[in-house]
Design a protein around this ligand. Structure first.
Ligand SMILES: [Zn+2]
Length: 149
C-alpha cells in the first residue's frame, strides 16, 4: 500500500513542510484534498497537456502496478483505466509529484489517437487533448483550437 500521511493543518510546522517539499519520502496528501489528488496528464513526446483527472490511493497504486494511467472516476464512482474500452491507453513513463505532494503529473506515451473521449467531427478520431477549445475574446464563448474541430 502507498504511504498515506495523516496530515492536518495544525501539524503544518515549517519542519514538516520542509520534509514534504525537500524530502525524498512519498507522503501524498490525500486527506488534505478530500481523498482525491488532481492528476495532470502530459504527453511526454511533445509536452502537450492531455487531460486532468483525479486519483485516490488505489488508482495511483493501479497506475504504478500496471503502467497504464488509471484514475478515480468521480462520475462513475470507481477506478477507471483510460482506454480500457476504446483502446486509447496512456502508457506511463513516469509519475511526478508536486512540491506540496498534493497533485500528480502522469507523463505518458499515447497508445491510441487521443486522450479525450470526444471525437473530431472531421476525422471521427479521438481528440488528442481534452483542452481543445479556448475562451474567446468576448469572455463568453468558446473557440475551437486549430485541428481540433
Ligand atoms: Zn476529454
Amino acid at each position: 500500500m502507498l504511504p498515506v500521511s495523516g496530515y492536518h493543518t495544525d501539524m503544518a510546522t515549517s519542519e514538516f513542510g520542509n520534509m514534504i517539499e525537500e524530502g525524498t519520502r512519498l507522503q501524498l496528501q490525500f486527506q488534505k484534498r478530500g481523498g482525491l489528488l488532481p492528476v495532470v496528464v502530459q504527453n511526454c513526446e511533445d509536452g502537450m497537456v492531455l487531460m486532468l483527472g483525479y486519483a485516490d490511493p488505489a488508482a495511483l497504486q493501479h497506475t504504478l502496478a500496471t503502467g497504464y494511467a488509471t484514475f478515480y472516476s468521480t462520475s462513475r464512482g470507481k477506478l477507471w483505466t483510460k482506454g480500457e474500452t476504446s483502446g486509447d491507453r496512456l502508457q506511463i513513463q513516469e509519475v511526478l509529484v508536486d512540491c506540496d505532494q498534493d497533485s500528480l503529473l502522469y507523463r505518458v506515451e499515447m497508445l491510441g489517437d487521443g486522450a479525450c473521449h470526444t471525437t473530431r467531427h472531421t476525422t471521427g478520431t479521438a481528440r488528442r487533448s481534452c483542452f481543445y477549445r479556448r475562451i474567446d475574446g468576448s469572455g463568453n464563448e468558446l473557440a475551437f483550437l486549430p485541428d481540433c474541430d
